[in-house]
Every structure is written in C-alpha cells, then in structure tokens.
Write a protein that binds this ligand. Sequence first.
Ligand SMILES: [Zn+2]
Length: 449
Amino acid sequence: MSAKAKARAAGGAAPVRETAPAGAAAPFRYAPYVWTYPEEALLAGPERLAEQIAALGFGGVAVALTYHRARLLFPRYGRVETVPAGHIAFEPDRSRYEALAPSRTASAETVRAVHELRAACARHGIGFHAWLVLLHNEALVAALREAEAQSADGASVGRSLCPSHPQSAAYVRALVDDVCRQFGPDGVEVEAAWYPSWEPGYTITIWQGEPSARALRLGSQCFCRSCRAVFAAAGEDPEKLAAETRAAAGPPFAVPANGSAAAPSAAGAAGASASACPAVAPGAEPADAEAVEAALAARLIPPRAAVMGRLLARAAVQAHAHGATLRTTAYGEAATVALQGVTPEAVAGVDGVILTLGERSDQEMLAHFAALRRLTGDAPAVVSTNWDPSRTPASIAADVAALRAAGADGIAFYNHALAPHEALPALAAGAAAAASPGRSIPALPTEAR
Ligand SMILES: [Zn+2]
C-alpha cells in the first residue's frame, strides 16, 4: 500500500504545506543506511550483499531479525517470500525469556546467512543494525492471551501484545539482550514497540462505509486489564475513561441512538465491562468533537508515555550493555502516533527515533517530518524513506538535501531487498546526497558506555 493509501486508510487529512528552512544544509550526524530482509542474505549471498550495500554508498544495513507476517516481492531475485506471523530469523536462546519466548521460523540456512552477513558487514566497514518488530507477534499473543492488546470495544486486535502488560516489557528486554549477545549489532532498531494503532497494512478491515479518522484513532485505544491498571494508577476511573473514549470515537465503537443494535444491558452498571458500548447521537460528528478528542488525548497519552518510557529505557539499557545503541520508529499520522504514547519523555531513554516518511516527497514529506519531529522533541531523528517509481535519482537527492536542511540527523532507505533494478540508481543518489563522515549508528551516550 502506498503512503497515500495508508494515509487514506488511517483517515489522515491532507498535509499542511510547509517550507524547508533556507540556507545551507547542516551535515547529517550519521552515515546513511538501508533496510533489508534476512532472506536477501541467502538470495544474494552474505558477502556479495554486504559488498553491494557498501558499493551503493551506504554506511550500514538494518536486517529484520523479527518481523510480522507479510508477502515480500524480491524482483531482482525473481522470488516471492511469504513470511509467517511472528517471523523470527535467528535461533532464540529460550532460556533467556520469561512467559513469552519466541521460536525460529526462518530456515536454518537463512539464519546462518544472517550471521555471515553480520561478519561480512564488519569486513566491509559498514554497520550492522538489528531491526526488530517487537509487539506484533501472533504466536506470542496466542501464548499469553492476557497480554494481548484490545481495541476500545474490548475486542482483541489479533496481532499485538499490549505494552502495559509486564510480560511484554520482559519480552522486549530479553529479545534485545538475546539478539545483542548473538549478533553484536552496532545498533538495534525497534518497530511496533508502541501501543497499537488501528491496523497495520497486513490486516484488512471489512466494513461498509468510510470510518472516520477519529473513530480509528480513538477506537484503537486499549483498555485491557493492564491498561486499566495503568489508568487507575494515574488517578483515572478506567471504566469511565473507556466509555468516554468509545463515545468520542463514534461508530462502530459507540452505537447511534437510532441504531438497530441493542445497547448492552450492562452499560452503566457497576463493573460494566470494557466492551459496554455507549449510545451516541446519530448523524454528523458533534461540533465539539475535536475539543473532546484533545481533552481525552491529554488524559490518555501521559500514562501511556510513562509506560513506554520505562519499557524503552530498559530495552536501551540491554543494548548499551552490549555496546549497541537503540532507536525506535514512529509510523503513521501524527495524531495517531501521539495516541500511541510517543512523547519526548517516552523516548528520553533511547538513542534516537526513526521517523517513517514512506513514499512521501517534497513538501508533503517535509510536513510529515515536521509533524513527527514535534512529537519526539530533541531526540536525534533518523528519517526512513521509501523508493517509489515516481522518485528519480534527482528527486531523491533533492529530498535528502531538504531533510538535511530541515534538521534530520540521518536517513535510512527502504528497502534493498524489495528494490527493482531501476531503483538502485535512486538509492545510490540518495546515499551520495546523504553521505556524511561518521557512522550509521549514533555514538553511545557517555553514561551508557
Ligand atoms: Zn492494554
């Protein structure tokens, strides 16, 4: 799905046009790097892959050691790879985990190729980043149902652990430690660490009519048992907060007053479940809907950000113990990302953030960068950008220069394995435009060494 389609799916509004600051661009702090999948290490051969990535001008490669289910098209290799839910491309040391322990799903040959790629990166002088999809893992969800995230109606989201559950944080710590012990990565890049938003690209929602952006944002709010405990500790009445959130989300999380569905008999009763569905007025959105959402966000975000700050800081401590840095991705429209718990405080304990810009270019790209940057304060910001057939070498180079001028600290290109032949000149042009002395990994904070 294109970024635009994803933005539409997320109900995103048209971006505000912003202008890049005038004047010469400051150099990036970090050398550019590129994402890839472990399967490419086997398809290309580890040595050849490291050589190609270095020859394109990249200073590092991020390899997805854990991933969500997907069908991946590798046009330069004539291959389609379907990876399963909870894809794990290394051999976990299960003794290091608690209740949630992953199992290898990739072939033994693929795992061997990834280890060889890691060694080849060192020989070619490029950084090796462990790219980890953290909480989107159906196998782990099945192993501990009480840790599963829910949507605001109390239904399981079907794919994701909730960060509020203590075992989710324990899993993240153990995973980072395990991967660092086995691969000695220069950096760890964690994706899907946050509270889940409405849906990832690999889930299809079947619904007649157009869901509102607000319904998807607020309807994604989790009020599982662990989240309710988090909100109660913050002084909220969790049931009241959940009911207010569903009412503000509107259909299908709240039933229109003239709807045919019966209101749950438990609604309003003491101890009403999180799935109790408040009735709302039918028709157009209330005039004060924006203000109501803003007031709710001010109550929802700080407790979530506090949980995320602890989870991420503890994961970073594990990475630092092995000499690696840890960054986390922010993906989606800014209002959605904010409700996932992304604040400057939540990322204070990590070494930087990766702001995902997708196929956006030019002013739309800069506007999205600025919107996500506002959520992460002064954390070092790497941007991740996708090749797309509309992006030429010249346009990619111009976009890179604009992002440098706008204050990005580094750039990552998505994705070496997926790129067709015609994309490679654009990736090389992007790497050349981004080339800066230094490493693709931020230096470890002094206190972490
Ligand atoms: Zn939850």
